[in-house]
Design a protein. Structure first.
Ligand SMILES: C[S@@+](CC[C@H](N)C(=O)[O-])C[C@H]1O[C@@H](n2cnc3c(N)ncnc32)[C@H](O)[C@@H]1O
Length: 301
């Protein structure tokens, strides 16, 4: 069959299954399939409502191709805002006398991606410290390409990622292998090596934060294909953040930061959680991206 006819036929099947971006998705599915039989299987999975990213096996995030697998949370574009905020904090740390990259803090930052899922966040932040070969040219995005951190005085970031879910850990290991780092399985801080206590520059945590009662309102793609443990944040959505706030001060270096994504209406409560545990907390609104990021800093002694 002629290439254009194949695209039209795949797009027709996707459109009749309710896919809004049928033409774009048709191209991606055709590109991902090794032959007509596999293409048919992929189209069928997508038409049955599986997220496109699970079907093709990757998601675009911060100019990178992040591997995702069935049963693993698909990194959302709105979370790129948290990565942006992390980049700004790292720049400020490098500008401070005695800060990152100075003789007092040689090498790259120590990063922890907690509740890492595919580890998209940790990999995107760590990738700033690596050279351009890790960036997929098709998705190159200048916003996430920070030549400043390729300077030899920084070295690589030291990335540690952790998740409670076995499928997430397996997937995170594939992604973290691209930039170097460790992935652990376990409940929040429990699997992290003890030597990281008091050493973490940035702790990045996109925890589950959907209130239990709102899960039924989520799109079917998320509700049916992403694990409940990735979505459900308890009655007010803040159960996991509450536990992060209670323990994070033992892991941060003085002056280190924790960043968590929240819904806009949860922001005041999330800021209060971290303040209650002695951190200087503030929120930054993501405006068009939706939601917000809470940034809490462990005061320097
Ligand atoms: C909203 S998803 C975010 C995944 C990833 N950070 C991202 O932004 O794409 C939340 C993740 O938290 C993990 N998780 C939930 N409860 C956890 C816990 N108590 N300890 C560690 N990970 C947890 C889930 O398995 C899921 O991968």
């Amino acid at each position: 069959m002629d290439g254009r006819v194949v695209i039209q036929e795949v797009a027709r099947r996707l459109r009749s299954a309710g896919c809004v971006f049928a033409d774009d998705e048709a191209r991606l599915l055709i590109e991902s399939a090794a032959g007509p039989d596999e293409l048919d299987r992929l189209v069928r999975r997508r038409a049955q409502g599986e997220p496109l990213e699970h079907v093709v096996g990757w998601a675009e995030f911060c100019g990178l191709r992040i591997a995702v697998e069935p049963g693993v949370f698909v990194p959302r574009r709105r979370t790129e805002f948290l990565v942006d905020q992390a980049g700004a904090l790292l720049s400020a740390m490098a500008d401070r006398p005695g800060g990152l990259g100075s003789p007092h803090h040689p090498g790259g930052p120590v990063l922890v991606d907690l509740c890492c899922g595919s580890a998209a966040i940790g990999v995107a932040v760590a990738a700033r410290f690596r050279d351009a070969r890790f960036h997929d040219a098709r998705f190159h995005d200048a916003r996430f390409h920070d030549a400043r951190f390729h300077d030899a005085r920084f070295g690589d970031a030291e990335l540690h990622a952790a998740d409670v879910d076995a499928a997430a850990v397996r997937c995170a290991r594939r992604n973290v292998a691209q930039v170097g780092g460790q992935v652990y399985r376990g409940d929040l801080f429990q699997p992290l090596p003890d030597r990281l206590r008091g050493q973490v520059d940035l702790l990045l945590a996109n925890t589950p934060y959907v209130p239990t009662g709102a899960i039924t309102l989520m799109p079917a793609e998320a509700r049916l294909h992403e694990p409940r443990v990735a979505l459900d944040g308890g009655p007010d959505g803040l159960d996991v953040q509450r536990r992060v706030a209670a323990d994070v001060r033992h892991w941060l270096r003085p002056g280190g930061h924790v960043l968590v994504e929240t819904g806009r209406d949860q922001t005041p409560d999330a800021v209060e959680l971290f303040s209650r545990h002695g951190l200087h907390a503030r929120s930054v609104d993501a405006h068009d991206a939706g939601g917000a990021v809470v940034i809490a800093t462990l005061p320097s002694a």
